[in-house]
Design a protein around this ligand. Structure first.
Ligand code: GLN
Ligand code: ZN
Length: 769
């Protein structure tokens, strides 16, 4: 049996590259600008640079401290491919046609002309999205380990003994969806016994290559799964009894990031794996009785938060580790999750204030924190200086100007229930009807219009200083004129200004609110080559000046029809930023809501009669554990209410949500109390109207009739059929006609035609009801 697990490790590292090298290489390859050899060369360079970097930061290159956590696109897809689990709808890619090539891999990830790619869905409670494997009763499994083995060999050649990481069998199957036509009673986990021999064979092959430790990620064990606990616990036992029973294998580290495993620790600890990783940030620190279960194994303590960007309280962490060690457990220090959710390095941020930068810890800094704590565990006292330095930084952060602003706090403390309450809908409805006089089935859009090359280039030139503020404003006003004229010509009832001034619906507000800063290079992978750059919400939030009012008022000055003001809601601003961790999220949400409340009132004062507050991320922040969900839904709904409730009854409040599976949260959405709610519906062919009907959704609703995610132009006929379906389930007096989402990523050519069809269809149905 192998030696002990290393003293310090991380569960995974960002793959995208400090300068988004992987993104650039992938996109160059897809565009045909580089070939497969060049892509692989760049990927290999990145992997080796990562190993070198991690070594430089203090991880041992020789003892499996360094995880081999690279992926060309997505780690779940990698595991599916490793197991040869190719969905049956891709028969040409099946294993009997030979090993999968890189283009085949990208076909699964991105689709081709005839086939849509694997579905993409949110990875636990992060902003990363993974590809969902499709497993049926007959999906064949064949081990295809070459990519993984090559990476192990290449690392060894470069002098690194790395630890391969892959998705463990239980989580792999729990995250998979049943293939189409699988039949009612089937769950992918039913195939556990079929995949285990492949995992076992892989262990053999890795052993042959001299691998000492393998990491199996089992994050699903830290969540509530749809299957009963007993079924999942039994799967854990079967899987890891099987794998630990393989003779002459590498040692196994089983990880459980993104939450606590709770009662499931018993099942995990009863298996023969050599090391168990627990998330001590989201989950509880195990009590002595629980630690006793882990006797003989290494506890890999996930104590540095892989989820946020703030410097850790090393003193507190050291105290937790001391306690664990006192209980006699064999201990290793690690991150709570992979570091793929944070940017690479604070060191490259030149424009952030030094003080703010000193509070931050991105991936590289988190590795250093792990190493400091591991030093403390190995030689108590040896890391005292670093621990004291962290304590000083944290104290400085607490007392820094802007972190606690008395006026903001007093305002939040003085709120009363009426501040969250808009009053009865009936009164609002008649006031709004009198003010707006809209036809039946009013037409509108979700807010953004195509962001043209001219708008982007004007923004880039303004940022570089090559275009004056006045020049930039004039360029945006030209765009707004064009968007208003187009909507009037198309015959829309409620217009928008098109959002040309926004690079991003959250960052734009972050740039205009106090309490936020934005990074230059703080990119994190969202999926594949897509990255986002979350803003940093570090202090008490307030609004120094109106943000959207000038643009909305300018647009309104061009037309007699109502122009809808456009704001991003408090929950979405939180969900897509890195948020301070020194107070409850709800408190932060209420501060953002109060800033938006002022904006709502200023828009209203400037003559805006309709205001939309987007909350596309409302469901994204929903906690993984069902027990935590009611409290979240309560404060998130109240934050929206706080942002909007000051509006007069005659002001119509809209909201927009980007998804259609909202059966589970429909009560919360009702609780938002928006006068009109637009949602995604085109891709599911209006399925959502059943939920609305069943719930008796009482206010206006716009199920999207046009899928903006694809360049395809829907015909007027097709849209008319969708609307007719909607009218059968939702009273026509409540229905609005709109696309699924904003048009920002579309081109004008297809958008114009699609919107024309949308208005034609609305008119046809309007005439018939
Ligand atoms: N108003 C935003 C837009 O149209 C909404 C975007 C979103 O829902 N993600 O772009
Ligand atoms: Zn949307």
């Amino acid at each position: 049996m192998p030696a002990l697990f290393p003293h310090s490790t991380i569960i995974g590292y960002p793959r995208i590259g400090p300068r988004r090298e992987l993104k650039k290489a992938l996109e160059a390859y897809w565009a045909g600008r580089i070939d497969a050899t060049a892509l692989e060369r760049e990927a290999r360079r990145l992997r080796e640079a990562t190993y070198a970097r991690l070594t430089g930061l203090g991880l041992n290159p020789h003892d499996a401290s360094i995880p081999a956590s690279f992926s060309m696109y997505d780690q779940v897809l990698d595991t599916a491919v490793l197991l040869g689990a190719i969905p049956e709808r891709f028969p040409d890619l099946a294993a009997d046609h030979g090993p999968l090539g890189i283009d085949d891999y990208f076909t699964l990830a991105r689709g081709d002309e005839q086939r849509s790619p694997l579905e993409m869905t949110k990875w636990f409670d992060t902003n990363y999205h993974y590809l969902v494997p499709e497993i049926g009763p007959r999906t064949p499994f064949t081990l295809d380990p070459d990519t993984l083995l090559r990476q192990v060999a290449e690392a060894a050649d470069a002098g690194y003994r790395v630890r391969p990481t892959l998705i463990g069998p239980v989580t792999f199957l729990l995250l998979s969806k049943a293939a189409e036509g699988a039949g009612g009673g089937f769950a992918p986990l039913d195939r556990l016994d079929d995949v285990l021999p492949l995992y076992a064979e892989l262990l053999d092959r890795l052993e042959e290559r001299g691998v000492r430790w393998v990491q199996f990620d089992e994050p699903a064990l830290a969540t509530d799964t749809p299957l009963p606990d007993a079924v999942v616990d039994d799967a854990v036992r079967r899987a890891y009894d099987h794998l630990s029973g393989v003779a002459g294998r590498p040692a196994i580290l089983l990880t459980t990031p993104y939450g606590g495993v709770g009662q499931r620790l018993g099942a995990i600890a009863a298996t023969g794996v050599e090391a168990v990783h627990l998330d001590l940030v989201r989950g509880a620190v195990p009590a002595p009785a629980e630690l006793a279960l882990l006797k003989g194994k290494t506890l890999v303590a996930g104590i540095i938060d892989g989820h946020n960007v703030w410097k850790a309280d090393l003193g507190e962490a050291a105290a937790v580790l001391d306690r664990l060690r006192a209980d006699g457990v064999s201990l290793s220090v690690a991150t709570s999750t992979s570091l793929q959710h944070v940017p690479h390095d604070t060191g490259v941020e030149q424009s952030l204030p030094d003080e703010l930068r000193s509070w931050l810890s991105f991936a590289d800094q988190k590795v250093e924190e792990v190493v400091v704590l591991a030093g403390h565990v190995a030689h108590p006292g040896s890391a005292d200086r670093a621990i004291a330095a962290a304590t000083t930084v944290l104290a400085g952060r607490r007392s820094a100007p802007g972190v606690e602003v008395p006026a903001v706090r007093e305002r939040a403390a003085g709120l009363s229930p009426s501040d969250f309450d808009r009053g009865g809908f009936e009164e609002r409805r008649s006031a709004q009807q009198a003010a707006l006089n809209l036809p039946l089935l009013p037409t509108t859009t979700i807010g953004s219009f195509p962001q043209t090359a001219e708008v982007r280039s004007a923004r880039a030139r303004a940022a570089r200083g090559d275009l004056s503020a006045a020049g930039y404003e004039a360029a945006l006003q030209d765009e707004i004129r064009r968007v208003i004229a187009l909507q009037e010509e198309l015959g829309f009832d409620v217009l928008v200004h098109g959002e040309p001034e926004r690079n991003d619906m959250v960052q734009y507000f972050a740039e205009n609110l106090d309490g936020f800063d934005v990074t230059q290079h703080g990119w994190v992978q969202s999926y594949g080559s897509r990255c986002t750059r979350p803003s940093l919400l570090w202090g008490d939030v307030s609004r120094p000046a109106p943000i959207t009012v000038p643009w909305t008022s300018f647009a309104q000055s061009l037309t007699g029809r109502p122009v809808k003001g456009m704001l991003t809601g408090p929950v979405t601003i939180l969900a897509w930023s890195f948020v301070r961790n020194d107070q409850p999220l709800a408190d932060t949400a209420f501060q953002v809501a109060l800033a938006l409340r002022d904006e709502v009132l200023d828009l209203e004062r400037a003559g805006t009669r309709i205001i939309q507050v987007d909350e596309p991320a409302l469901r994204e922040l929903l906690p993984l554990r069902r027990a935590d969900q009611p409290a979240y839904l309560d404060w998130s709904v109240r934050a929206f209410n706080l942002a909007t409730a000051a509006a007069a009854p005659a002001t119509q409040i809209h909201t927009h949500l980007c998804y259609s599976e909202f059966g589970a949260v429909i009560t919360a959405i009702d609780g938002l109390d928006a006068d009109v709610t637009s949602i995604e519906a085109a891709r599911s062919r209006m399925e959502v109207v059943h939920d609305l009907e069943e719930h008796g959704f009482p206010r206006g609703v716009g199920p999207g009739v046009y899928d903006i995610h694809s360049p395809r132009v829907p015909s007027a006929e097709e849209i008319r059929l969708l609307l007719e379906r909607a009218v059968r389930h939702v009273p026509a007096a409540q229905l609005w006609v709109n696309p699924d989402c904003g048009l920002k990523t579309r081109g004008y050519r297809e958008t114009e035609r699609s919107l024309r069809h949308l208005v034609d269809a609305a008119r046809a149905v309007r005439a018939a009801v």
